[in-house]
Design a protein around this ligand. Structure first.
Ligand code: CP
Length: 359
């Protein structure tokens, strides 16, 4: 008997697959318009120059809002625009900081945080949902559980009658580029002499942590960086990132000895175990991660000018007692997220020069 024919791939799916499978370097220019950032989807879109500019703009916006007149000025800039915050995964700080960043620029915000409240439950495709957003708003900020879907949203909107920019606020276990931007901003603010030449230690679930992946990509823009990875065997940094570091001549080491690694670190980047990605619920709990918790004994060995970051939320990988040490910068890090995201939105809307020129 002849084997049944495979179902033909729908035309749109084929076009998307062909686009998605193209090498990233080939696709990156498509996320810019007239040389300026349009969609923010991948950390690989940023250069040293664009990162420095974003950090400068974030600093400037912080300082402008110290005066009410400056705050009013910034709020006037996008008061004729609207943004959609579409979050299919839970979020506290990314959602709130993006919301606040929009408020800083006067951008009004609409939101969907639970897909059950959208017409997806009536059978609408996600492509159509995203296209619907663009009928009402001027910017889509989205977190999605499926890796690649944020890129698909941008691809789908490209070429429609009303394309709007898309910002990736976290996609599966893949990337979280705006978290990496705020990490870079934080590292630059609190490391003496800035990031160049520094030793960064990443700890925890490096396999499924999209923040460490995105940050590793951004760190290639700095000179003399050394990376250390401390993770349980099951959660070691993935070969694609190690390969990326090798290709860019960024030295790294993998270690089980957290204490020794902390002693040499300029910055310790802690992460929680990302058990939302477990194949079966509770899988991660079977793994002993206690050797990768940051405790008082690690704090005692951290260099005087060392700093501790965490993208948050945390569980037991850093105890709250550590929070009181001046080197724990993670609460400032989350506030920095609001400023760098405001700077990013301002950049996408072409407002950088206007803001920097403000007296
Ligand atoms: N760091 C981060 O993405 O936090 P949320 O999940 O709370 O947004």
């Amino acid at each position: 008997m002849a084997a049944p024919k495979a179902a033909a791939e729908p035309h749109r799916e084929r076009r998307w697959r062909e686009f998605h499978e193209r090498p990233l370097e080939e696709k990156l220019p498509l996320f810019f318009r007239d040389g300026a950032l349009y969609d923010c989807l991948f950390s690989q879109q940023f250069t040293r120059e664009s990162l420095d500019r974003l950090c400068t703009l974030a600093d400037r916006m912080r300082s402008i809002t110290k005066e009410k007149s400056g705050d009013d000025f910034l709020q006037s800039l996008l008061s004729n625009k609207r943004a959609m915050l579409y979050f299919s995964q839970p979020s506290t700080r990314t959602f709130l900081s993006f919301s606040s960043a929009c408020h800083i620029l006067g951008l009004r915000v609409l939101e969907i945080r639970d897909l059950k409240t959208s017409s997806v439950v009536k059978g609408e495709s996600l492509d159509d949902t995203i296209r619907t957003f663009s009928s009402y708003v001027d910017l889509v900020i989205m977190r999605h559980h499926e890796p690649g879907f944020v890129e698909r949203a941008s691809w789908g909107l490209n070429g429609t009658q009303r394309p709007v920019p898309v910002i990736n606020a976290g996609s599966g276990a893949d990337q979280h580029p705006t978290q990496a931007l705020l990490d870079i901003y934080t590292l630059n603010r609190y490391l003496q002499g800035g990031l160049d030449g520094k030793r960064i230690l990443m700890v925890g679930d490096l396999k499924r942590g999209r923040t460490v992946r995105s940050l590793a990509y951004l760190l290639k823009n700095y000179t003399g960086i050394h990376l250390s990875f401390a993770a349980p065997d099951a959660f070691r940094m993935q070969p694609d990132i190690l390969d990326f570091l090798n290709r860019h001549d960024i030295p790294y080491e993998e270690t089980d000895d957290l204490l020794a690694a902390v002693e040499k670190a300029d910055a310790v980047y802690m992460t929680r175990i990302q058990d939302e990605h477990d194949k079966s619920s509770g899988d991660s709990k079977k793994i002993d991660t206690s050797l990768f918790h940051f405790t008082q004994k690690h704090l005692d060995r951290l260099p005087e000018n060392g700093i501790i970051l965490h993208p948050l939320p945390r569980r037991d990988e850093i105890s709250p007692e550590i929070d009181d040490d001046r080197r724990a910068v993670y609460w400032r890090q989350e506030r920095n997220g609001m400023w760098i995201r405001a700077a990013l939105i301002a950049t996408i809307f072409g407002l950088e020069a206007k803001i920097l020129a403000k007296k």
